[in-house]
Each structure stands twice: as C-alpha cells, then as structure tokens.
Design a protein. Structure first.
Length: 302
C-alpha cells in the first residue's frame, strides 16, 4: 500500500464483511474485557494518584507490554511517522487524559456505559470519509446503540454540573477513539497492530510525561494504585488495543467499534462488585438495548 493520502483513507470497511467467526469474536472478547475493566481500576487508583500520573503510567506500561512481541519492533516508513503522531494524539493522549479526569466526578460504571457511543461516532466518521451511508443492519444497530446510550445517561444528568462535565469529557474521549479507529485501519493493515500500537503508546507516553511531572504533587505513592494502573496499561491498553487493531484489520473500523458494546457490561459488573456502585432499571434497559445493537452491527453487511 502506498503512503499517499488516498491510501490512508481507503479500506475503512475491512476485508471481511461476513458474520463474525470464532476469531473475530475472540478478538472482540479480549478487547472488550480489557477496555471494560480499565475504568474500575483507574477509579481505585485515583484515591492515591493524580490523573496525569495515571495517564503516563498507563501509556508507558502499554507500550512495554506490546514491545515484548518482535513484530512490534518492525520499522515504520518515514512518510507514515506523522500519521503515528496524529493517531497517538487521538487514540492515546486525549482519551487517556480525559477519562481519569471524568472519573473524579462520575462512577466507573457510567463511564463504561457511555463508551457505547463509540460505534455511533465511528460509523458516522467512516461514512463521511467514504461518502457512503451505513448498510441496513449497521444502521439499525447504531440506532439501537444510540438509544441505549441515552438510557444509561439519563439517571446521571440530574446530579449537577460536575456529573454533566464528566459525561461531556467521556463523550469527547469516545469521539477521539472513534476517529482513531478510522485512522488506524489502513496503518494496521500495512504494519500490523502491535507495531502501530507500540509506537502510538510510546509517543503518547512522551507527550504526557510533562503533564505527569507537573501533576506529581497531587499524588501519594501507593503500590496498590501503581500496580492497578500497570495492569490497566499492560492488558487493558496494550494487549486489548492489539486485539482491537487486529479486529479492525479483519472487519473494518465501523464493525470493530462494536467492542464498545461489551465495555458497558464489564464496567458495570466490576463497578458493582468492586466499588459497590449501583445501576438503575433505566440503565439496565440501556445496556440491553446496546447489546442488541451490537448483535445487529456484527451481522453480515446488507
């Protein structure tokens, strides 16, 4: 694939338009479990560490975990390096900074549930880049996902401006992820997911290092909090991102973004079990609606 502008925005739909098989669902589960478990551990770490410290440790640990694989150390063409920097900004720097800040004001379960907005945004961005409307099944799935996101957000909207600000930050971060999915698709096919994610996380760690240093005064060292974020970085950010990148290469950005539909379920379960968070009947209905949207989105494109 050439490194020209046209090749960078093509093939967003992926190579496999059939229903997900065992490999696709395995990648889906790995990514979903990783991303869904991140929020509760970040929330726990916030008792001791500032958002800036968390962002840096997460990016650095994720990069180190991926660099264990030889493929991750493959060279990148000079012409693609600016794309890595751009991808790092929208995939690592912005969302990994905004999510810990938002978790100071809203529950980890809600942050996870709001991640269900990513397929909506990814499909919209993909359609704009390709100048084509989503296929019927995907359009129905996105519509149901959007309804589910509304349902899970409603109970928190009356909790004040801090909660509203937290929701807004999560949605901005989710939008960054959605845009990053479309940017990552052609690069992932060219170099492989480990190579791309290792570079992005390394760049992200370098960019966020000054913010982490400035925020060090707001943190109290605690081994439990540090180990929690190392786990988030290595598994929830590193290995889960590689799995998502592989899914993007096989199914395309819009369809791979259904990983966001598993995230709310994992986030809610862990939030309830570990942090004693509560989930309302309306939020439960929202999760069920989101899962139905996930099933439709994963079906054969019609």
């Amino acid at each position: 694939m050439s490194a020209g502008r046209g090749s960078f925005l093509t093939h967003v739909h992926g190579t496999n338009r059939e229903a997900f098989g065992p490999l696709e669902w395995g990648l889906f589960a790995t990514a979903g479990l990783g991303f869904g478990s991140a929020f509760v551990f970040i929330a726990l770490a916030l008792d001791s560490l500032s958002p800036g410290i968390i962002t840096f440790i997460r990016a650095a640990a994720g990069a180190l975990a991926i660099l264990v694989f030889p493929q991750a150390r493959s060279p990148i063409a000079r012409a693609d390096r600016w794309r890595i920097v751009l991808l790092s900004l929208v995939l690592v720097v912005l969302p990994l900074t905004l999510i810990p800040i938002s978790l100071q004001w809203i529950d980890s379960a809600l942050v996870g549930m709001l991640g269900g907005a990513m397929p909506i945004m990814a499909t919209i961005i993909s359609s704009l880049l390709l100048r084509s409307a989503p296929r019927r099944n995907q359009a129905y799935g996105v519509a149901l996902g959007f309804l589910g996101v509304i349902l899970v957000s409603v109970p928190s909207m009356g909790q004040g401006s801090a909660a509203i600000a937290g929701i807004g930050l999560v949605l901005i971060g989710t939008g960054c992820y959605a845009f990053a999915l479309n940017l990552a698709a052609p690069l992932q096919r060219k170099y492989g997911s480990p190579t791309i994610m290792a570079r992005c996380l390394l760049v992200g760690a370098l960019i966020t290092a000054p913010y982490s240093w400035l925020a060090r005064g707001d943190s109290v060292f605690d081994w439990g909090a540090v180990l929690a974020i190392v786990f988030v970085g290595a598994f929830s950010t590193g290995l889960a991102s590689v799995a998502l990148g592989s899914l993007i290469g096989r199914a395309g950005a819009a369809r791979a973004s259904i990983v966001a539909y598993l995230v709310p379920v994992i986030a809610v379960l862990l939030g309830v079990l570990i942090r004693d968070e509560s989930v309302s009947l309306v939020e439960s209905a929202g999760i069920a609606t989101i899962l139905m949207g996930a099933w439709l989105t994963s079906r054969t494109e019609l």
